[in-house]
Design a binder for this molecule. Structure first.
Ligand SMILES: [Zn+2]
Length: 181
């Protein structure tokens, strides 16, 4: 049995790799659809409120009205310095790769699974017309790829653990993960 839950959050980001308009700071209303595998326990499986409380809380605290930023983006250093100098806290959601919707899907999938839910699929919507559908098998493949990259200090891996772009859509800051080892 699958339970589908929908969440949303507002966040700023940019994609410094793609360039053009996507390299500018801008924002999206991200839509998240989670497909959880559940087992019936008596009349119900998992109370809907459990997803709202735990997944909703993760998204609200970690993402909503924050800024998605790649650890390797020079802007991250600038913002960190700004916080240090001015004593101002900015809500930054730091990713190990460019803040493409694919890398966001990987990060969200990892974090929601870590809460103990059996997540089968996640859909991440960046604009009205651009959605990434990301399955458990996609996540397993990405996790296997990124695991060794985290410890890899090869200078060509300047964009960090989440890969480099190979293509992009015109209306969304989408980066397709590099599948080469
Ligand atoms: Zn964007």
């Amino acid at each position: 049995m699958i339970i589908k839950k929908t969440f949303k959050f507002y966040a700023a980001h940019r994609n410094e790799e793609i360039g053009g308009k996507c390299a500018n700071l801008h924002g999206h209303r991200y839509g998240i659809e989670c497909f959880f595998e559940v087992r019936r326990r008596n009349s119900i499986s998992t109370p809907f409120a459990e997803f709202d409380e735990r997944v909703g809380s993760l998204i609200k605290k970690g993402y909503d009205h924050g800024m998605l930023i790649h650890r390797g983006d020079p802007l991250y250093q600038t913002l960190s310095e700004h916080m240090r100098v001015h004593g101002e806290h900015l809500k930054l959601k730091v990713l190990d790769g460019p803040t493409s919707v694919e890398n966001l899907a990987y990060t969200l999938f990892s974090e929601i699974s870590a809460l103990g839910f059996a997540l089968m699929k996640i859909e991440v919507r960046e604009t009205d017309t651009s959605v990434v559908e990301y399955t458990l098998s996609d996540w397993k493949a990405d996790r296997a790829k990124f695991a060794w990259r985290r410890d890899d200090v090869h200078p060509e891996k300047q964009f960090g653990a989440l890969g480099v772009p190979s293509t992009s859509f015109s209306d969304a800051c989408v980066t397709v993960l590099d599948t080469e080892a």
